[in-house]
Design a protein around this ligand. Structure first.
Ligand code: SAM
Length: 386
């Protein structure tokens, strides 16, 4: 009897060694801190998953890359990276992190060279074309400068500088461009800082010195990076996008069934990227339960053709949500994956420290689960069914 060819199987890991506690902010590359993003993965968790499930020179694919945490950690660890995210803001941040300037000096020189063009664009700005809700956030002259620079940086495809500019767009601190506002999600803080009491916070804020300072902060801690590794970022829907090469691992965190509104919460930054209707974008990137489960089914099918056999698909998922309290999200996803021909290898759940919750009063996720799936049916199961 002819024996069937055997595929070598990497021994399945039995546990995860992720670093969940404490902040990663003081140790991680400052490139991670270009601009805030809701639902951002902790860089130390991304780093330990990459170290545990992949080898140097492997190709890692993150189909829902968000702010590019997995992408940057993969590059830092000497892996090739294909990233993708349907949100233009997320794709911008990922590109910025994958294609930074070679030095602070090179970035500063480019800002200097672009300044005349940004000034010309500023002079052409007609604020009457800006919606009232956007104008509310800025002194008119600051807004004119911000528009001049964003138009120039978009035109010239300077993703790193554009991401840096969006990173200083709104906050209550002096190094930012808006009137006092929250940082991650844009809400004006006029009650906490009444204009009559704090007139200096509502005065003109010049852009150039703030952008220079921001770029300087971004370069404070940049590790050695191998620029010959593959780095790609696309802005497609994950269910239809096919990377050109086979990948050795998928490491990603999918959208959490409308627990977070990725477009609404980034509406001001998205407006500067040309997205006028963040609600319409949320229809695509913040799916509700049924749409989300359908998306995952389509993705698992697509990923079977991309991920090498017996390699891992690692998903970081929120655990339950306010919309579907009874639903166990990791179990639902695992069920869909198993049907599509993956093996559930392990899952690991931890409480999210309070510091990581982005919205006060969010009744949703209090924990995160890492789900490890292998591309292939369980050997024992397939033998017993033979
Ligand atoms: C949990 S976030 C990813 C966060 C990321 N790991 C980080 O550290 O920033 C999920 C992402 O999925 C993206 N997304 C939602 N639906 C998508 C789709 N159909 N195709 C591609 N990206 C999508 C959202 O824009 C969002 O950035």
């Amino acid at each position: 009897m002819a024996s069937s060819p055997t595929i070598p199987i990497t021994p399945a890991p039995t546990h995860l060694t992720c670093n969940w506690t404490g902040s990663a902010v003081k140790a991680e590359s400052t490139l991670h801190q270009l601009s805030p993003y809701i639902g951002k993965l902790k860089s130390s968790i991304a780093g330990s998953l990459i170290a545990q499930f992949t080898d140097e020179d492997d190709v890692i694919y993150d189909p829902f890359s968000g702010s590019g945490t997995v992408a940057l950690e993969a590059w830092v660890a000497g892996r090739n990276i294909v990233a993708n995210d349907l949100s233009p803001y997320a794709a911008l941040l990922t590109r910025a992190k994958l294609f930074p300037y070679t030095s602070l000096k090179a970035a500063a020189r480019d800002i200097e060279n672009l300044a005349p063009e940004a000034e010309k664009a500023r002079q052409a700005v007609d604020l009457r074309s800006v919606p009232a809700w956007v104008r509310e956030f800025f002194h008119p002259e600051t807004l004119r400068e911000t528009l001049g620079w964003t138009l120039t940086l978009r035109e010239r495809r300077r993703w790193f500088l554009l991401a840096s500019l969006l990173g200083i767009l709104h906050h209550q601190r002096p190094g930012f461009l808006s009137f006092p506002s929250s940082h991650t999600v844009p809400y004006l803080r006029k009650k906490a800082f009444p204009p009559a009491e704090f007139p200096e916070l509502y005065a003109y804020r010049s852009l150039r010195d703030r952008l220079d300072a921001k770029v300087k902060r971004a370069f404070r801690r940049v590790p050695e990076l191998n620029r010959s590794l593959v780095r790609n970022c696309f802005a497609k829907s994950a269910h239809s996008f096919t990377p050109k090469q086979k990948v050795d691992a998928i490491i990603t965190s999918p959208p959490y069934m409308r627990q977070l509104d990725y477009a609404r919460d980034n509406r001001l930054r998205l407006w500067f990227l040309g997205v006028a209707d963040s609600r319409a974008l949320d229809g695509e990137i913040s799916p509700r339960k049924d749409a989300f489960l359908k998306l995952m089914g389509q993705c698992f099918k697509k990923w079977k053709t991309i991920l090498s056999p017996e390699k891992y698909c690692i998903l970081v998922v929120g655990d339950g949500s306010s919309e579907v309290e009874a639903a166990n999200l990791p179990a639902l996803i695992s069920g869909i994956a198993t049907k599509a021909g993956y093996t559930h290898v392990l899952d690991h759940t931890e409480a999210i420290p309070n510091e990581r919750r982005v919205r006060r009063g969010l009744t949703g996720s209090t924990s995160e689960t890492i789900l490890v799936l292998r591309n292939g049916r369980d050997h024992a199961t397939s033998l017993s069914h033979a």
